[in-house]
Design a protein around this ligand. Structure first.
Ligand SMILES: NC(=O)CC[C@H](N)C(=O)O
Length: 357
């Protein structure tokens, strides 16, 4: 029996069964097409403030394990699925997905016609939705604009390593990005996104990584001069939000896609070689191609499905960025070489050798 609803701002109502917190939630409704990896998706801080719709019909069958979290909590507002598995079966599972939602006070709705819902979002674009126990008028709630503030660390964290020292500027980083650097034996310092240029310089990094993160990159416009200075001083890699910020810092413009790219099979083409890679993605915004100054950047990758910009290389500085997720989790690890590329640039620039190259 239905006891919950997703009410869209545009008026459509999708019935279902409430799972997790019964408090209800409001957020931008976005869909992810990955067939596996619901734990990594739910715990990716880039979903802060959003309601995730899983296209794959059954969610939770292998449970939730202690290793696969991408962050310490779930920052998404809610999750919506076709069928929720309450009795998972996997040796490493310690809790069922609906139970985890309840524990973390996250709203969820199962038994939803997610196929129809996704078709609706694809037609009308990303829309706000309300998970609720009864159909009522869409409430007006003033939400924060700056979701990065909500997910970024407040403390500096150090991770030892024998390779280059990377400062990870935390806009809501996924643990897999940190792990990719540690795997290459880098020394990593994770710092709040508000860290000043002076504070960052005092850490004497060999390279700086601008992380992924939630929300509209333009909200961080006050940070762009600092980001430009960082890229002028240190080898820099931007991932997803980090890529958008690097582009904005050098004068490009970002725009919102109709319904974004979220899934584990987004094909991108390396424009230099013509080679195609299948990538993991999660973004709403995109760097507008016409806004890119070709004296400053070369476009390195493009999305095969819609031709949007997927990667940039600065022409005069050791700075590169990708819109997709080379750290994967979930999704294919085919573009893991982006980290090697970054470490090679650091080696060329600073002489500091890395385990990965
Ligand atoms: N994964 C990310 O870093 C997302 C970037 C940005 N919030 C967007 O939705 O486009």
């Amino acid at each position: 029996m239905d006891n919950g609803y997703l009410v869209l701002e545009t008026g459509e109502v999708f019935p279902g069964k409430l799972i997790g917190s019964k408090e209800g939630a409001i957020g931008e409704v976005v869909f992810n097409t990955s067939m596996t990896g619901y734990q990594e998706i739910m715990s990716d801080p880039s979903y802060a403030g959003q309601i995730i719709v899983f296209c794959y019909p059954l969610i939770g069958n292998y449970g939730i394990n202690p290793q696969d979290y991408e962050a310490e909590s779930i920052y998404a507002k809610g999750v919506i699925m076709g069928e929720a598995c309450h009795l998972p079966n996997h040796y490493s599972s310690e809790v069922a997905a609906p139970e985890l939602l309840e524990k973390l006070n996250i709203s969820g709705l199962s038994d939803v016609d997610t196929r129809e819902l996704v078709k609706t979002i694809r037609r009308s674009g990303s829309v706000k939705g309300y998970i609720t126990d009864s159909v009522k008028d869409f409430p007006t709630v003033k939400e924060t604009e700056n979701w990065v503030e909500y997910v970024s660390t407040s403390k500096v964290k150090n991770y030892p390593g024998k390779g280059p020292h990377i400062v990870l500027l935390d806009y809501g980083y996924k643990k897999s990005i940190l792990e990719a650097l540690l795997y290459a034996d880098c020394q990593v310092t994770v710092v709040p996104y508000t860290t000043s240029l002076q504070e960052l310089q005092a850490l004497q990094p060999d390279g700086v990584l601008l992380s992924n993160g939630p929300g509209n990159p333009e909200v961080l416009k006050n940070h762009l001069p600092k980001i430009k200075n960082i890229a002028e001083k240190f080898p820099t890699l931007g991932i997803c939000l980090g890529h958008q910020l690097l582009a904005l810092a050098f004068g490009a413009i970002t725009e919102k896609l109709l319904f974004g790219h979220r899934g584990g099979n987004h094909p991108v083409k390396d424009l230099a070689t013509g080679k195609v890679f299948i990538t993991s993605q999660n973004h709403s915004y995109n760097v507008k191609e016409e806004s890119i100054n070709h004296e400053i950047f070369s476009i390195t990758y493009k999305n095969i499905n819609d031709g949007t910009v997927e990667g940039l290389q600065h022409k005069h500085l050791p700075a590169l960025s990708v819109q997709f997720h080379p750290e994967a989790h979930p999704g294919p690890q085919d573009t893991n070489f982006i980290f090697e590329k970054f470490l090679t640039i650091i080696h060329e620039k600073t002489g500091v050798m890395s385990y990965a190259i």
